[in-house]
Design a protein. Structure first.
Length: 87
């Protein structure tokens, strides 16, 4: 299994294989998490060298864990700016 992730605002693209079968590419909004049904073998993945390439992941769970951490850290950062602005 292996997944490659791209962030091209406002979308996330993920291309992967599952047990040596190509899953194709999944596309979701940049605030979401991937599910197996998001992938289509008819969609082709972007080239690895394009802007927005985030990296490789061993499983879809790892992709989603990365996205959760990224979303969580962004929310905390935004909230801290709001608090400072109110003070």
């Amino acid at each position: 299994m292996g997944f490659a992730l791209w962030h091209q605002k406002p979308l996330l693209l993920c291309a992967g294989t599952h047990e040596y079968r190509p899953m194709g590419t999944g596309i979701i909004g940049d605030q979401g998490l991937f599910q197996a049904r998001d992938f289509s073998p008819q969609r082709k993945a972007p080239r690895r060298g394009l802007d927005g390439f985030v990296g490789y992941f061993a499983s879809l769970n790892e992709v989603n864990a990365f996205l959760r951490r990224k979303q969580h850290s962004g929310k905390n950062r935004r909230n801290s700016h709001r608090i400072l602005a109110l003070l």
